[in-house]
Design a protein around this ligand. Structure first.
Ligand code: PLZ
Length: 441
């Protein structure tokens, strides 16, 4: 399938057909399932979404970093079509199939977790995080879990407790799971100006040592670049200092790369940007299967093998079509060009966003790596978060056919994570719309 790779707005957004569908939807779909932009999408290709009113929108979010390889990527569509006609389900723990093994071979060969690695597949990012907790507890014989401020790890009971933000993720849904401890993150934009990565790590370590005790901790979870928290990139040396401490204390270090992994930042994993950083386990999802539901835990074999046979699983985890999609994605990454493209996109994004920051003092910070970039909006001349301006600029983009996403603990971050299939022309067009939205403030 193809779609002209051009922005084209023919109705109000949302248009009349979307408004009618939204009405139908509100009758039968739970109010708890929110929607950022109530425009119903009919089809998509590359970096273009076509809605039910014929509008062509530029996708600057990839469904929150999922269709990194581009919408309806041809090789992925072919692989999934072939697989769906051949075998859709046995349940891998009942009777296995080869594509699961192939996906595990590809994933283990690229995960930066030491020499001998193993993997297991699940459905969602939250499920991968939950399984990493199980594996780390079994491997260490300990119970306690540490996470960072501004983190996001999912919507299940255990992962709700691992998120930083109570609202909207946890409020009213308790009691939340226990044995989860939050430590201060390295947040260069908001930390004291002179604070280094190792100093920020020491702050977190001291907190955890006093509050929990290193010997009690099974695992420390860190997003090497925080996603929902607002693309917070920790200061250099932060991750490495944490690793020295987890290694010295027998704590399993888990990198949650659900959002940052799989070519998004210009490498297989964002962890690789910190030289020498080798997490024990990595959780993956989103971009690994280009839109098919798949997640995984990959990491050091001796830790992955700590779980007893029968201890890990689930009916749909690593289903044949999902792992076939993952194989198609990872084989294309191996073929080359994708990481370079993510870096080029990053240069265009950071160059233009920095130029906008010089023009518009509402932009307090520009940050990110590769095709994972964001701006944090403040009240000009202060550090105060500016969620109103963020919302206004986002709405301007939406109305003009550019799907951008917000993020951040203070709802004051606009994040950009386009499909890597986006052309320079489309990217510049989307950024022109963004600049016009900032000018309008
Ligand atoms: N870990 C780092 O970014 C999902 C949430 C979308 P699931 N982030 C998008 C929403 O509002 O529900 C995420 C993540 C990181 C874990 C997860 C959870 O992944 O596939 O949504 O369960």
């Amino acid at each position: 399938m193809t779609l002209e790779q051009k922005r084209h707005v023919v109705t109000a957004i949302p248009g009349p057909n979307s408004v009618a569908l939204q009405k139908r939807r509100s009758e039968v779909v739970s109010a708890g399932v929110g929607t950022m932009l109530p425009t119903f999408i009919e089809e998509a290709h590359g970096a273009i979404l076509k809605d039910v009113d014929g509008n062509h929108l530029i996708d600057m979010g990839s469904g929150i970093g999922v269709v990194t390889i581009g919408h309806t990527n041809e090789k992925l569509v072919a692989a999934v079509s072939e697989q769906v006609a051949k075998l859709t389900h046995t349940l891998f723990t009942v009777a296995p199939y080869e594509p699961y093994v192939k996906a595990a071979e590809l994933l283990t060969s690229h995960a930066p977790c030491g020499k001998k690695k193993k993997a297991a597949f699940f459905n969602s990012g939250a499920e991968a995080v939950e399984n990493a907790v199980k594996i780390a507890r079994k491997a260490t014989g300990r119970t306690e879990i540490a996470v960072f401020d501004h983190s996001y790890h999912g919507r299940t009971n255990l992962t709700m407790a691992m998120n930083f933000k109570a609202h909207p993720y946890g409020t009213g849904f308790g009691p939340l799971a226990g044995s989860v401890h939050h430590a201060p993150m390295s947040y260069p934009f908001r930390d004291p100006a002179e604070m280094t990565g190792p100093e920020a790590a020491t702050r977190a370590i001291t907190y955890l040592e006093k509050r929990v005790g290193a010997s009690q901790l099974a695992a420390l979870f860190i997003e090497p670049i925080q996603g929902e928290g607002g693309f917070i990139v920790p200061a250099p040396g932060f991750l490495l200092t944490l690793q020295e401490w987890t290694r010295a204390n027998g704590i399993v270090l888990v990198a949650d790369e659900v959002q940052s992994g799989m070519a998004r930042t210009g490498k297989w994993f964002a962890s690789e940007w910190e030289e020498g950083f080798e997490p024990d386990l990595i959780t993956v999802a989103k971009g690994i299967a280009g839109g098919m539901p798949l997640s995984g835990v990959v990491g050091r074999a001796e830790i992955m093998d700590a779980a007893h046979a029968g201890g890990l699983g689930g009916t749909f985890g690593g289903s044949p079509t999902a792992v076939a999609a993952a194989v198609a994605v990872m084989e294309q990454f191996e073929e080359g060009g994708w990481f370079e493209r993510a870096e080029q996109i990053g240069e265009i994004l950071s160059g233009r966003l920095t130029a906008m920051q010089n023009n518009y003092p509402v932009i307090g910070d520009v940050r990110g790596k590769g095709a994972m970039q964001a701006i944090e909006l403040v009240r000009p001349g202060t550090m105060d978060p500016n969620p109103e301006a963020t919302d206004a600029v986002m709405k301007h983009c939406h109305q003009n056919g550019v799907l951008v996403l917000n993020a951040g603990t203070y709802n004051n971050v606009l994040r950009f994570l386009p499909p890597l299939a986006i052309s320079d022309e489309l990217l510049h067009d989307a950024l022109d719309v963004l600049a016009a939205g900032l000018a309008k403030l």
